[in-house]
Ligand binder design. Structure first.
Ligand SMILES: Cc1ncc(C[n+]2csc(CCOP(=O)(O)OP(=O)(O)O)c2C)c(N)n1
Length: 321
């Protein structure tokens, strides 16, 4: 059932969208300055999809995110200071600086699973969803991944088991049109990724991933199904990444015109205009939100920059093999 979106909720979604955008821009900037020890896989341009998914989850629900999903993590409530310190490789980070941007994990916020192996988040989400059902819980798991992950064997195995056991799991696929350097129609045999869900008897929904409230409502509907015991849903949020696969990728596999065409569908001005039209947002409020986001990001960067790197002794603890 569609959620009623109050004025407060709409403004929160707008603030999260601006925060996610400004944070990706910041990371791109500091990465270019050589301040980060690892990669950045930017979600620039596709923030609305993740923000909608993360913001729709309740505090007790789980998010299992793949590598390019900071917007959903931030919207789920991850502490920006701890996230930034982790990306900077500092000991105050979420994983004491040992995970970096690729291996984000925040159990307190019920965000588990990000890693470097494409598709590996999906069976982790399946296991959590199974545990919830086994214990008779009411929580929902949302697994946030790219369309490239739907080519892996574990994705299909997980879809099958989730459907068979009617698990409270949402397969949230951010189709950003490219997997590494390969366009989606060069690596996926069907036109719509969501079609893949039909092979498992799972409802597959396609939504405009650059439309934050449309995506939010699609996730809300999937959450209702999951909580009612009706099993999993697959959502394909159609979007586009403006940056290369990683920060520094010249992205020669696509034309600048294509990128410009997608930039016309930018979620932020679209949503801002919608809210202005409804009388919910005005220029003063826009400036206020932008200023508060800027302060929050500055505070996070200051915390990360002033934090120490782990010592050798701290690096070698909690290692499991
Ligand atoms: C099992 C596996 N195969 C290949 C790779 C190399 N690789 C890293 S990211 C990536 C593309 C992933 O595409 P997608 O799942 O659509 O996510 P996106 O990067 O677009 O967010 C690939 C093929 C990998 N890390 N793991």
């Amino acid at each position: 059932m569609a959620r009623e979106l109050t004025k407060e909720k709409l403004l929160e979604l707008y603030r999260l969208l601006v925060l996610a955008r400004e944070y990706e821009l910041l990371l791109s900037d500091v990465s270019k300055q050589g301040k980060l020890p690892g990669w950045i896989h930017s979600a620039l341009g596709q923030e609305a999809a993740g923000v909608a998914a993360g913001a729709c989850l309740e505090r007790d629900d789980y998010l299992v995110p793949a590598h390019r999903t900071r917007p959903s993590q931030i919207a789920k409530g991850m502490d920006l200071k701890l996230l930034t310190a982790e990306i900077y490789g500092k000991v105050t980070g979420l994983s004491k600086g040992r995970g970096g941007e690729m291996h984000i994990c925040d159990p307190g916020c019920r965000i588990l699973g990000s890693g470097g192996i494409v598709g590996q988040v999906v069976p982790i989400a399946l296991g959590i969803a199974y545990a919830i059902k086994y214990r008779g819980g009411k929580e929902v798991v949302l697994c946030d991944f790219g369309e490239g992950a739907t080519n892996t064997g574990v994705f299909h195995e997980s879809m099958n088991m989730a459907a068979l056991w009617r698990l409270p799991l949402i397969f949230f696929c951010e189709n950003n049109q490219y997997a590494e350097f390969t366009r989606v129609d060069h690596h996926i045999s069907v036109k719509d990724v969501a079609t893949r869900a039909s092979a498992y008897g799972i409802p597959g929904t396609i939504v405009d991933g650059n439309h934050v409230t449309a995506t939010y409502q699609a996730v809300a509907e999937a959450m209702d199904r999951a909580r009612a015991g009706d099993g999993p849903t697959f959502i394909e949020a159609v979007t586009y990444r403006w940056s290369g696969h990683f920060e520094g990728d010249p992205a020669k596999y696509r034309s600048p015109e294509e990128v410009e065409e997608w930039k016309k569908r930018d979620a932020i001005p679209r949503f801002r205009d919608e809210l202005v039209h409804k009388g919910i947002l005005n220029d003063d409020l826009v400036r206020e939100i932008e200023a508060s986001v800027k302060r929050q990001i500055e505070e996070a960067v200051r915390f990360a920059e002033q934090s120490p790197l782990p010592t050798m002794a701290q690096t070698l603890t909690d290692v499991y093999a």
